[in-house]
Design a protein around this ligand. Structure first.
Ligand SMILES: *[C@@H]1O[C@H](CO)[C@@H](O)[C@H](O)[C@H]1NC(C)=O
Ligand SMILES: *[C@@H]1O[C@H](CO)[C@@H](O)[C@H](O)[C@H]1NC(C)=O
Ligand SMILES: *[C@@H]1O[C@H](CO)[C@@H](O)[C@H](O)[C@H]1NC(C)=O
Ligand SMILES: *[C@@H]1O[C@H](CO)[C@@H](O)[C@H](O)[C@H]1NC(C)=O
Ligand SMILES: *[C@@H]1O[C@H](CO)[C@@H](O)[C@H](O)[C@H]1NC(C)=O
Length: 952
């Protein structure tokens, strides 16, 4: 049967049914099916409601009278139903209780429901209804006892019909949480059966009418949060059974009517948030059953009556936000049941006196802020073991914070802000293990934040601004993982911020403004978007957010001697150096020359260093993903084996048999990887004749030029033969894969020997000098053939079995379509620290002098055994600057690698370092040619010979 058919049938039936015997045709089945037809039942709670059943008594939510089988209760609370409450209910003639709360209906309901002669209880709370409450409902409510329309969207006024004549049996009426307007109809006060009336949270207005004496049964009167005005009805005290009065949040004015003192049954009296004036009358002490007395937020201006001490059952006393005067009522602590005391925002004064002997103090909330209390905070505060909230802010307390506060293990919130407290924050705070909020702002506190604060793991709010706190912020602050709000502004904190602060995942505020913090800001999470105002006035703070580059990234400035720098730079130039040397037979590279060169490019240096670092960050991300891609392919040939390996072209310059003994498929086995560089990974493999070779797989494939260009460049490189250059033996070409086949050098890389304590070997001074000379010779040879290396660094210098330097990875930049500086610097990104400054400067042509710069850095690296750039905990050491500084101070010999011991000739080491510095001149033209460098080195090398020359 469809719903429409049913509805039509029902309309027809209604008059007919009246004349039929109710037992022959079950109205209830029909009524409920029609009721259901108006509803949506997404959770299928009403699945058992089957129209073919004879009786609905076994249906979900339905109860029947066992004798008559008529429906007496319909309880569908929280069934997730929506739709309209339809006429079907009107058929349930025996219904006593209908409860449809917590559903999602629309519209209103049919006033005829009240006509059901047995109905006692209607609960339509929180079920989405709206519109006006049908006036007819209360006209017919002869049997109704409990009615709740709470928390719906009802509008309009309270029906005028709601009066004794109709609703004499009504005991409970709840219309709270709607949008009802207008006054309370006077007729309401004639409902003398009423026990509970709740009209809270509406928009009712007007005066609360007089004539309450007829409400002699009322127990609970809740009218809170409306817009009632006028005075309290004088006869409210005639409702002698009242246990709960909540008229808070209105605009009730005038004084408390004296009649109220008769309300001796009253347990809850809440008149907070009105406009009441005059005295808090002494008779409140006669309301002997009071548990809650809330007169907060009015305009009472008397003293606190002593009589309140008689209220032995009082649990909650809130007199805050009035104009009460007098001293602190120290008798409150004799109230054994008291849990919450709020006297904040009054005009109370004097000192805070606490009981000296530990009594049964059950008090959990002590709120005294915004008065004029003064004196010290008594030590006895530690006796309040149950205390959760202690707020003494905005008073005149002075002296120090009693350490006993640390004994309050239940304390969750402590606010001592805006007082005159001095001394330090007690370290015993760590005992307050439940602390969530610590507010000590605007006092005169000194010292640091005690490290014991880390024992307050629940801390979410730390407000210490406007004190005289100092010292660094300790890293263990970052252990307080629940921190959300941190304000330590306007203090004297200094030092660096712990980087671990960025681990605080819940931060919403971190205000450190107006302090003396220095160094870099933590990076990540909240700190990526920290408002600049939270950092203001910390002159030494740096990082991108405050738009100050960190000194950790910039090389340290050199202190210049203005007298020497200008004159020397004009006539000391590298090309005159070697003749100079020949002449003097002793190498004297003037310190001032070095400084002059440094001075010339000092300003550019910072900029370049930053640029290089930035490039490095970007490109390392890029190359990482490229590497990951290559690895995930699992081996190079796997993705298109047949075509590529077949169409590929393998050329060996020596004319040897170009067969790999292990077969092409194993050539690029990851296990045989020797290393990775800017241009690609290097693998070791063995030719058929047993000769090992190193194969470089270019990762810049996509950038490589046409096959013709590639082959021309590679063949040029293949012609190179020099004892200090790794020979290129052949190549393999496909459009998407290029391999370079090099001579295999067994002795490991210079980088490894200098910096890897495990696999490296300690190099003696003689060996180091030899390597420097070898590298210089290799570069001289490359430059003679117009090949720029572009990628000088210690990992590109290998050492062969006889200890000779073998320079590799040369000239590869020429394989790229153009000499793009960005590509260059990103492909050679691992050469950070070796890269000549002109790479970062588009207007300067890149020449072989960039290799001289890299060589200079390499020289210093070999002599000192230190990396070109070293990252310390909070500092970056740039090797050139370090050596230059030591040279200035006359302690350059101390720069020589300590691992050599004292076993080196200073008259070789010092000039070599000076040469290294000259080679790292910022201005390319100030750097010597590699041929000159070789000459100078050979001169340095043979002091004995030169001494012999000098012999007569
Ligand atoms: C009630 O219904 C409205 C619209 O019909 C819907 O937006 C809302 O989410 C529903 N609420 C619940 C608690 O089901
Ligand atoms: C208290 O307030 C009342 C009414 O506003 C005023 O008449 C009275 O003078 C005030 N008393 C004191 C002590 O301020
Ligand atoms: C403290 O409370 C306990 C238990 O509630 C009670 O037995 C004891 O008498 C009380 N002590 C005082 C001094 O009131
Ligand atoms: C703290 O203030 C009190 C009173 O103002 C003063 O007597 C005391 O010397 C001060 N203590 C410190 C450490 O400044
Ligand atoms: C604080 O954090 C550090 C680093 O995460 C950890 O080593 C230390 O044990 C933590 N301290 C406490 C008290 O949890």
């Amino acid at each position: 049967m469809s719903a429409v058919v049913l509805s039509v049938l029902l309309l027809l039936l209604v008059p007919i049914c009246l004349s039929l015997d109710p037992t022959t045709l079950n109205d209830d089945v029909l009524g409920l099916i029609v009721f259901k037809a108006d509803l949506q039942d997404p959770e299928e709670k009403l699945l058992s409601w089957n129209e073919d059943d004879d009786t609905p008594c076994r249906w979900t939510g339905v109860k029947c009278d066992p004798k008559t089988n008529r429906v007496t209760e319909l309880v569908l609370d929280g069934f997730g139903l929506s739709g309209k409450i339809g006429r079907g209910l009107l058929q349930l003639q025996s219904l006593r209780k209908v409860s449809l709360s917590n559903n999602n209906f629309t519209g209103t309901f049919h006033s005829g429901i009240a006509r059901l002669g047995n109905l006692r209880t209607v609960d339509f709370s929180n079920c989405g209804l709206g519109g006006e409450i049908p006036d007819g409902f209360f006209k017919q409510c002869r049997t109704l006892m409990e009615v709740s329309f709470a928390n719906n969207g009802f509008t309009g006024s309270i029906p005028e019909s709601l009066e004794l004549g109709a609703c004499s049996t009504l005991a409970s009426l709840n219309l709270s949480g709607n949008q009802l307007t207008g006054p309370i109809p006077k007729g309401l006060w004639s409902l003398n059966g009423l026990r509970d009336l709740d009209l809270s949270d509406n928009r009712l207005s007007g005066e609360i009418p007089d004539g309450m004496s007829k409400l002699f049964n009322i127990r609970s009167l809740r009218l809170k949060r409306n817009a009632f005005t006028g005075a309290l009805p004088d006869d409210i005290g005639t409702c002698l059974l009242l246990k709960e009065i909540d008229l808070s949040g209105n605009s009730i004015s005038g004084e408390l009517p004296d009649s109220m003192q008769k309300l001796s049954m009253c347990g809850v009296l809440n008149l907070g948030g009105n406009s009441l004036i005059g005295d808090v009358p002494a008779w409140v002490g006669e309301l002997g059953n009071l548990k809650t007395l809330d007169l907060s937020g009015n305009r009472f201006n008397s003293t606190i009556p002593d009589s309140i001490r008689k209220l032995k059952g009082l649990e909650n006393l809130d007199l805050s936000g009035n104009s009460l005067t007098g001293k602190f009522p120290k008798w409150v602590f004799k109230l054994q049941a008291l849990e919450k005391l709020n006297l904040s925002d009054n005009n109370l004064g004097g000192t805070l006196e606490l009981p000296t002997s530990p009594t049964n103090l059950t008090i959990k909330v002590l709120h005294l802020s915004g008065n004029t209390f003064s004196g010290v905070i008594p030590l006895e505060i530690g006796n309040f073991r149950e205390l959760r909230i202690l707020n003494l802010s905005r008073n005149g307390f002075f002296g120090s914070i009693p350490a006993s506060i640390g004994e309050l293990k239940s304390l969750e919130g402590l606010d001592l802000g805006h007082n005159h407290l001095n001394g330090t924050i007690p370290s015993d705070f760590g005992g307050a293990i439940s602390l969530k909020q610590l507010i000590l702002e605007d006092n005169f506190l000194t010292g640091n934040i005690p490290s014991q604060i880390e024992r307050c793991p629940a801390l979410s709010s730390l407000i210490l601004s406007k004190n005289k706190l100092s010292g660094p912020l300790l890293p263990n602050i970052a252990n307080l993982t629940n921190l959300q709000t941190v304000d330590i502004s306007e203090n004297n904190f200094s030092g660096a911020l712990p980087m671990s602060l960025s681990n605080l995942a819940h931060l919403v505020l971190f205000n450190i403004s107006h302090n003396k913090f220095s160094g870099a800001l933590p990076a990540g999470n909240f700190f990526n978007s920290i408002p600049i105002s939270s950092l203001a006035d910390n002159p030494s703070l740096c990082g991108s957010i405050v738009k100050v580059s960190c000194p950790a990234v910039l090389p340290k400035p050199i202190v210049l001697n203005p007298n020497t720098s200008s004159e020397v730079s004009s006539h000391e130039n590298p090309s005159s150096l070697s003749s100079n040397l020949h002449h003097k037979k002793k190498i004297i590279l003037s310190i001032s020359a070095v400084i002059a060169i440094a001075a010339a490019a000092l300003i550019a240096l910072g900029v370049i260093a930053v640029t290089v670092l930035n490039i490095q960050v970007r490109s390392s991300a890029a190359t990482n993903s490229a590497a990951a891609l290559a690895l995930s392919e699992g081996g190079y040939y796997s993705h298109s084996p047949a075509t590529e390996s077949n169409s590929g072209k393998l050329v060996m310059f020596s004319g040897d048999d170009p067969e790999f003994s292990t077969g092409t498929h194993a050539v690029l086995n990851k296990d045989c990887e020797l290393g990775r560089g800017g241009f690609g990974a290097v693998y070791k493999t063995v030719l058929q004749d047993g000769r090992p070779v190193a194969i470089k797989k270019l990762t810049v494939s996509s950038l490589v030029k046409s096959q013709e260009d590639f082959e021309r460049e590679v063949k040029k490189l293949g012609k190179l033969r020099h004892p200090n250059v790794i020979t290129l033996e052949g190549y393999y070409w496909t459009p998407s894969l290029q391999l370079l086949i090099y001579e295999f050098v067994s002795g490991g890389s210079l980088n490894q020997h200098l910096h890897d304590r495990k696999s490296g070997r300690l190099l003696s001074w003689q060996e180091r000098f030899n390597l420097i000379l070898g590298i210089a010779r290799s570069l001289t040879h490359l430059h003679e053939l117009n090949i720029i290396h572009y990628n000088m660094k210690s990992s590109n210098v290998l050492i062969d079995g006889s200890g000779e330097a073998k320079v590799g990875d040369y000239g590869l930049a020429k394989l790229l379509p153009m000499l793009d500086r960005y590509v260059l610097s990103s492909k050679i990104q691992s050469a950070l620290g070796y890269m000549a400054p002109e790479f970062g400067c588009r207007t300067v042509k890149i020449t072989e002098k960039c290799d001289v710069y890299g060589f200079g850095v390499l020289v210093l690296e070999i002599v000192t055994g230190r990396r070109p750039v070293e990252y310390m905990e909070d500092d970056v050491v740039v090797l050139c600057d370090l050596v230059r500084g030591a040279l200035e101070e006359g302690s350059v010999e101390e720069c020589v690698d300590r691992r050599i011991g004292g076993d080196f000739p200073a008259d070789e080491a010092v000039p070599v370092m000076k040469l290294g510095l000259i080679c790292t001149s910022q201005v390319p033209s100030n750097r010597p040619d590699m041929a000159e460098v070789v000459n100078i080195l050979e001169l340095i090398r043979s002091p004995q010979d030169s001494q012999e020359d000098e012999l007569p």
